[in-house]
Design a protein around this ligand. Structure first.
Ligand SMILES: C[S@@+](CC[C@H](N)C(=O)[O-])C[C@H]1O[C@@H](n2cnc3c(N)ncnc32)[C@H](O)[C@@H]1O
Length: 272
């Protein structure tokens, strides 16, 4: 499988990414992230396609739920039972007709097999950056192709690798802060600490550090691993071409700036 199986895992009390602590804080953290402006883009893509959508790596439904609320039939697949559990609970308080438009699957984007094909597959908010070898990346793109109808579309994004930022190893940075939705007297902050970078294989290892404060007093600290690969633009083009896709649209931001602005790399590709 991925190269991380043999990579040194950070020591200390670190949980698997997207389980436990990260899952518990996921919605509150990203609700506080004012830089994240991807929801209207993915909802619009899904509405523009005449047919069912599959969101691969749907997480807690941050994008899946608004898409379903817009009237689209959308299935979701993710490999974290914790995130899927949060989404299942949220679905329970949605109207029955919306619940009927959504099916959830537990699976791995490299090798899932559903007996269904879609007009659109979306992979929003960088899940492909959790695949660490060319084999795994290609397996995922081929799996997407196998689940698309002829002429079906694939929409996804990965970040543009900011090489200056990637050089910042061992520096902890506070990224987000929010009020604990369970207890308004608690403020939670999330930092990211990059622990190592493998520039040849294009991935880094790091961890999220969640600190909870009551007033000025630190009352809890939890850590979760966050390891990510990064892609160059020609690498994405080659993966798409090899898996039988043609790029239809590409953007550098959710304001649809040209991809050459080198911020985010957002693609809409078509199954050839
Ligand atoms: C940054 S989150 C994005 C979640 C959601 N799309 C969103 O926009 O909020 C990355 C997601 O990728 C999922 N993931 C990572 N590796 C995966 C894999 N091999 N197969 C399926 N899901 C995976 C994680 O569980 C997590 O839900």
């Amino acid at each position: 499988m991925g190269i991380l199986e043999t990579a040194k895992i950070p020591t200390g009390k670190v949980e698997h990414e997207y389980y436990g602590t990260t899952a518990r804080h996921y919605d509150a953290a990203y609700a506080a992230d004012t830089r994240l402006k991807d929801i209207p883009f993915y909802v619009d893509v899904a509405k523009s396609v005449n047919g069912d959508t599959l969101e691969v790596a749907c997480g807690t439904g941050r994008i899946l739920l608004p898409t379903a609320r817009s009237g689209v039939r959308i299935d979701g697949l993710d490999f974290s039972p914790d995130l899927l559990g949060i989404l299942r609970n949220k679905l329970k308080s949605e109207p029955e007709e919306l619940q009927d438009r959504v099916l959830l699957y537990h699976g791995d984007m490299r090798n899932f097999a559903l007996d269904k094909t879609y007009r659109l597959i979306t992979v929003p908010f960088r899940p492909l950056q959790h695949l660490f070898t060319v084999n795994d990346q290609l397996a995922a793109f081929r799996c997407f192709s196998a689940h698309l109808k002829s002429g079906g579309k694939l929409a996804f994004n990965v970040f543009y690798p900011n090489f200056q930022l990637l050089d910042e190893v061992g520096v902890e940075k506070v990224e987000l802060e929010w009020v604990d939705p369970q207890d308004a007297s608690i403020t939670v902050s999330r930092s990211f600490l990059r622990k190592s970078v493998d520039k040849l294989n294009q991935f880094f290892e790091g961890e999220f550090i969640f600190r909870s404060y009551r007033g000025e007093q630190l009352i809890n600290e939890e850590r979760s691993a966050l390891n990510m690969s990064f892609y160059t633009y020609p690498q994405v083009l080659l993966l798409l071409k090899t898996a039988g896709f043609r790029v239809k649209e590409e953007y550098g931001s959710y304001d649809k700036e040209p991809i050459s602005v080198c911020k985010e790399m957002i693609f809409i590709a078509e199954k050839v």
